[in-house]
Design a protein around this ligand. Structure first.
Ligand SMILES: *Cc1c(COP(=O)(O)O)cnc(C)c1O
Length: 222
C-alpha cells in the first residue's frame, strides 16, 4: 500500500472544511508512522487496549479519536490524552466521560452517535432520543465535555440512494440541533459520517469528518 499516495488522493477530493480521520485500527504503530510522516495527524481507533498501546509510541501531536464501542469502566484509560470520543451512545457514558475529564482537569470533546442505519447492529441514540437529549439541554450540564456534533454510520449496502437518505437524515437532525437556542454553534460544528466505501456520498450530504481506514491502509488483517 502506498499510504502517502492514498492520503493525498483522498485529500484532493475533500472540500477544505472536511477533516480526514485515518482509521488505524488493527494496523501497527509503524504503519501509522508512515501516515504521520505523510502529514496525517488525526487517527481513529476503536479498541481501548490497542489505543493505549499505540499512543505512547507515536508522536505527541497525534490527535486520537475514539470511534468504537466504549465501556464506561475503560474511559479512565483514554481520558488523559484522547482528542475526541466520537461514539458516545448513552447518557451513562457521557456522565463517565465528564467525570474522568474533570479528574484529569481536561475538557473532552465528544460526538453523539446516532443510529441511522436500517440494521439493528449499529449502536447509537435513535433520532428521537438524540433530539430529546438536546431539547432537555443535557449536554450543557456537563462541564467536563464539549459536545461538538454528531456521528453516524449508514447501512452496509450497495444501494447508494439508501445510504444517501440515511446521511441526509443525520444532516437534518444535525441542522435541527444546531438551530436550537441552547446550542453553542461555535462548538457544535462537526458531522462525522462517511467511511471508505461511502465517504463521497457523505461529503455530498454535508459531512465535516470522514473516517477512512481501508482506503488509506488497505484491508485489515483480523
Ligand atoms: C473501522 C471503522 C471505520 C473505517 O472503515 P473503512 O471501511 O475501513 O474505511 C470508520 N468508522 C468506524 C466507526 C469504524 O469502526
Amino acid at each position: 500500500m502506498d499510504i502517502k499516495a492514498n492520503i493525498s488522493k483522498i485529500k484532493s477530493t475533500l472540500p477544505e472544511n472536511v477533516k480526514l480521520i485515518a482509521v488505524s485500527k488493527f494496523h501497527p504503530a509503524e504503519t501509522i508512522r508512515e501516515a504521520y510522516d505523510a502529514g496525517q495527524r488525526i487517527f481513529g481507533e476503536n479498541r481501548v487496549q490497542e489505543l493505549t498501546a499505540k499512543q505512547p509510541v507515536l508522536p505527541e501531536d497525534v490527535e486520537w479519536h475514539f470511534i468504537g464501542t466504549l465501556q464506561t469502566n475503560k474511559v479512565r484509560q483514554i481520558a488523559p490524552f484522547v482528542s475526541m470520543i466520537q461514539s458516545v451512545d448513552s447518557l451513562k457514558l457521557m456522565q463517565e466521560i465528564n467525570r474522568q475529564a474533570e479528574q484529569c482537569g481536561r475538557t473532552i470533546r465528544i460526538l453523539i452517535e446516532v443510529h441511522i442505519a436500517g440494521e439493528d447492529s449499529k449502536h447509537g441514540f435513535s433520532a428521537g432520543e438524540c433530539r430529546a437529549l438536546f431539547a432537555g439541554d443535557v449536554p450543557a450540564q456537563f462541564a467536563g465535555i464539549q459536545v461538538c456534533g454528531l456521528m453516524g454510520m449508514a447501512t452496509f449496502t450497495d444501494d447508494t440512494e439508501q445510504v444517501r437518505r440515511e446521511f441526509g437524515t443525520l444532516r437534518n437532525i444535525f441542522e435541527e440541533i444546531k438551530s436550537m437556542p441552547a446550542t453553542d454553534r461555535t462548538v457544535f460544528t462537526e458531522l462525522s459520517m462517511g467511511m471508505s466505501d461511502d465517504y463521497r456520498t457523505a461529503v455530498e450530504e454535508g459531512s465535516t469528518m470522514v473516517r477512512i481506514g481501508t482506503g488509506i491502509f488497505g484491508v485489515r488483517q483480523y
